[in-house]
Write a protein that binds this ligand. Structure first.
Ligand code: ADP
Length: 424
């Protein structure tokens, strides 16, 4: 590993003299953000002979720990973005938070930004996304812009309480989403957020049966590929478990959702992986919640459960390679996030891994190199189901789901949910 460079100048860390992929004519992809998505994209880049250069805020970030080509700097600093972009074949993202005007500047300077800012804006700005989807005739919840508290109270009177108030920009994992039950609660939330300078919108609260995700990828050439529609189980506003494919989802509904996501990727000019987060309503209708234009938590199962993972596909797409086969390798794969326990257990992560492997040799573990904090995503597990099962078979599905959740819970809590004792 070479020392990270600082965006403000190379003086403290000279360019490495060791041979690298780019010296052999292999691509360099610059990724903005050093989180777990960049870390797992790096893993895919290694196999493809590429270099993933990362813009990270600190050397301890998940991707900065593993990439040999790290630029330290902030995603809202145009000079840092220029430094990481220099000499790259494509510039892409592990999060949505880069200011659009910086991306426009990079494009004007000839940087190959993928997805382009003209598409990315719909993943950055929830109000623009809602308006665009409405224009395209895609099913979405009723919504309105909020400029003062009266916008929310009148919306609640028209559509019924509770309503969903959202920050237009910058929210993630449910941060930036509030569900006031009545006008008084709405007033407190809206007044506070507007005072803080947060731009807001309001949506009807959809009566959900469950949440789904349609993941697709698209290349500049225009090739598209879709993975099977998955079910995402959310806890406290963040994804906890993903069942792939979504159990017992009708084939027609699944095909329609996949087509819609591929159509959206083409309409919006998306390049790379995109997750279309969906709600299945209690009446069985599908409405779009939001878009993420990057690898996504709902696609982590593809690392072990699919012929082509979302991370490899994202790289293939942004570099305009032909896309990979998205067929699943088993009738069912379940991903469970390893979420930090309220208090980190006394047993080390390393020891937990020993115990887990001893009991469940088939479980695939992905750790992000992050410190343990309550509810923080510190890793995930994938359990690939046995051949011969079917996603419509509730016993088969719950068996795999239970194993995945048990494994993830053990990794974060050092406790077996069924009380199993290895020494008994
Ligand atoms: P984030 O960008 O923080 O992930 P989302 O818009 O995806 O925010 O909302 C987080 C969660 O809040 C969703 O996964 C869903 O459970 C719930 N939610 C969001 N919007 C609605 C809605 N209109 N109706 C019902 N539930 C919603």
């Amino acid at each position: 590993m070479t020392a990270p460079r600082s965006a403000s100048g190379a003086a403290n860390s000279p360019r490495p003299s060791t041979p690298r992929a780019s010296d052999a004519g292999m691509p360099v992809v610059a990724m903005i953000g050093g989180g777990q998505l960049a870390r797992m994209t790096h893993q895919a880049a290694v196999a493809l002979g590429q270099t993933l250069r990362v813009l990270a805020a600190g050397a301890d970030e998940p991707a900065a720990q593993v990439s040999a080509d790290v630029v330290l700097g902030h995603h809202d600093d145009l000079d840092a973005l220029r430094t990481v972009a220099t000499g790259s074949n494509a510039l892409t993202f592990d999060h949505e938070h880069v200011p659009t005007e910086h991306l426009d500047a990079l494009v004007a300077e000839g940087v190959n930004v993928q997805p382009p800012p003209t598409a990315l804006i719909y993943a950055q700005d929830k109000l623009r996304m809602r308006r665009k989807l409405q224009e395209l005739g895609v099913a979405i919840p009723a919504f309105a812009e909020v400029t003062w508290v009266g916008d929310v109270t009148s919306f609640g009177e028209e559509h019924g309480w509770p309503v969903v108030v959202k920050a237009i920009r910058g929210g993630y994992d449910g941060r930036g989403v509030w569900m006031p039950a009545d006008a008084d609660e709405a007033e407190a939330i809206v007044t506070r957020q507007l005072d803080l300078g947060v731009r807001l919108m309001v949506e009807e609260k959809v009566a959900l049966r469950r949440e789904l995700s349609a993941m697709v990828a698209r290349s500049p050439f225009g090739q598209g590929a879709a993975w099977p529609i998955v079910e995402t189980v959310q806890r406290n506003g963040q994804c906890a478990v993903v069942l792939a494919p979504a159990p017992a989802l009708g084939e027609d509904t699944a095909i329609e959702a996949e087509r819609m996501a591929l159509g959206l990727a083409a309409e919006l000019g998306v390049v790379g992986a995109m997750a279309v987060e969906l709600f299945e309503t209690v009446d069985g209708a599908i409405v779009v919640n939001e878009l993420a234009m990057r690898p996504h938590n709902s696609g982590h199962w593809t690392m072990d459960g699919c012929r082509t993972s979302q991370f490899e596909q994202h790289l293939r797409a942004v570099l305009d390679y032909p896309l990979g086969d998205t067929s699943p390798l088993a009738p069912m794969t379940v991903m469970a996030n390893i979420l930090g326990a309220p208090e980190a257990p006394a047993m080390s992560m390393d020891e937990r891994l020993h115990h887990l492997f001893a009991r469940m040799p088939d479980v695939k573990v992905h750790l992000y190199g992050k410190g343990e904090r309550k509810d923080r995503k510190i890793g995930h597990v994938n359990v690939v189901g046995a051949a011969g099962g079917h996603h419509g078979d509730a016993t088969y599905v719950s068996g795999i789901t239970e194993r995945a959740q048990r494994a993830a819970h053990f990794m974060s809590h050092a406790e077996w949910t069924d009380g199993w004792d290895p020494h008994a």
